[in-house]
Design a protein around this ligand. Structure first.
Ligand SMILES: Cc1ncc(COP(=O)(O)O)c(C=O)c1O
Length: 378
């Protein structure tokens, strides 16, 4: 039987010192994740190099990601960041006559920047706007996808305000028009249940340092085996080769599965950490994490409204994070930090992002701090 959610809290030392509600930036560090990084270093001290264990870690992380995200193991590329995953995908696109990317106004900078970086290759980028409630305008999205469109690229949950996009609706709109879809699921992975096969997207990218409880250095691409087998990246490396140890410099023979979107030597210390983070997350269960963070999100929303604060995150269709408007978001993050409450900010809003390890007492601490600094609420 799965353990009670509150019993996991002791595994995160940060809670002995702070009210940590900043998982949209970085997940709290579990003792087991720290232990895994120590194990990597201990192995170096003991044996000097451990190639076989290291290669095994990459496969362990691939398998854990597949289980967490509802993908087949052969559909998972383990990369060094979400950006590396998207850049490898970009290098495989635009080989035909279609040269337009339809994306949104909700994207993380790296997504917009990578698509605009393709402009010298003849690519045109269109950003579909959001409505007043921060929701993607699906009608405008449908209108923007045309015969020239090579890809629809949409975030699942906006990093600025927590607005959630209805992924199956976007996939349906794009696929009806014969266009593949890339979903940036970084703010959802580990926080909200994701089933890659149910989504039906062609690519899903993200990374492991936030709600997946890992550390920097590991991203992923889920690559739909049924729809993308003809796409072969030109941004590549020896870890993308069919046989990594063929050591052939006279030919390019990429892996047939998602591994073809990988590149060079994996970020091995991070693989050790991420494997433990994912194991812990699977033990908790993303369903249960989402249930807990949704309840805390609602309690925060109610408390912030009672303080006269303005919640920017839409009331319907949102992720765990709640964004609150501030007259000086950096000053408010600093002031809350002085109270021992760790949050972050983007775009004039303070972001409070609960996960399964947070509880009602954390909500009280956040609200007490906001009350103390209410003059910084917009
Ligand atoms: C939604 C989203 N996409 C992409 C990224 C960037 O990922 P990476 O730094 O791994 O490229 C982030 C990081 O915060 C993010 O929140």
């Amino acid at each position: 039987m799965a353990a009670d959610l509150d019993s996991y809290r002791d595994q995160f030392p940060v809670f002995e010192r702070r009210t940590y509600v900043n998982s949209c930036s970085q997940g709290a560090l579990a003792r087991s994740v720290r232990g895994a990084m120590d194990a990597y270093l201990d192995g170096m001290d003991e044996f000097g190099s451990l190639w076989e264990t290291w290669a095994g870690k990459q496969e362990e992380v691939r398998e854990l990601l597949a289980r967490t995200l509802g993908a087949d193991v052969g559909e998972v590329a383990v990369t060094s960041s979400a950006s590396a995953a998207v850049s490898a995908i970009a290098s495989a696109l635009f080989q035909g006559t279609r040269s337009k990317v339809v994306t949104t106004a909700l994207e993380f900078p790296t997504i917009g920047q990578i698509w605009h970086a393709q402009e010298p290759r003849g690519v045109r980028v269109v950003h579909v706007p959001v409505d007043r409630d921060q929701h993607l305008d699906l009608r405008a999205m449908g209108d923007a996808i045309d015969d020239e469109t090579a890809l629809v690229s949409v975030t699942n949950i906006c990093y600025r305000n927590g607005a959630m996009v209805d992924v199956p609706a976007v996939v349906a709109l794009a696929h009806e028009r014969g266009v593949p879809v890339l979903i940036d699921a970084y703010q959802a992975a580990g926080a909200v249940p994701i089933d890659f096969h149910e989504w039906g997207a062609d690519f899903v990218v993200g990374g492991c340092l936030k709600y997946m409880l890992g550390v920097p250095g590991i991203g992923f691409a889920l690559v739909n085996a049924a729809t993308t087998s003809d796409l072969v990246p030109t941004s590549t490396g020896w870890f993308a080769a069919r046989d990594i140890f063929s050591m052939d410099i006279y030919a390019y023979d990429p892996a047939k599965d998602a591994r073809r979107f990988e590149s060079g030597t994996p970020v091995v210390p991070s693989l050790f950490a991420v494997a433990e983070g994912l194991r812990l997350l699977l033990d908790v269960g993303v369903d249960r994490a989402w249930e807990r963070s949704s309840a805390l999100h609602d309690a925060l929303r109610e408390g912030i409204a009672a303080l006269g604060g303005r919640v920017v995150t839409p009331a319907a269709l949102h992720g765990p994070m709640i964004a609150v408007a501030s007259t000086d978001d950096h000053a408010l993050v600093h002031a809350m930090g002085e109270d021992g409450v760790v949050v972050s900010c983007r775009d004039g809003n303070v972001r409070i992002s609960p996960h399964f390890y947070n509880n009602d007492a954390d909500v009280e601490s956040v609200l007490a701090s906001l009350r103390r600094h209410a003059h910084l609420l917009a």
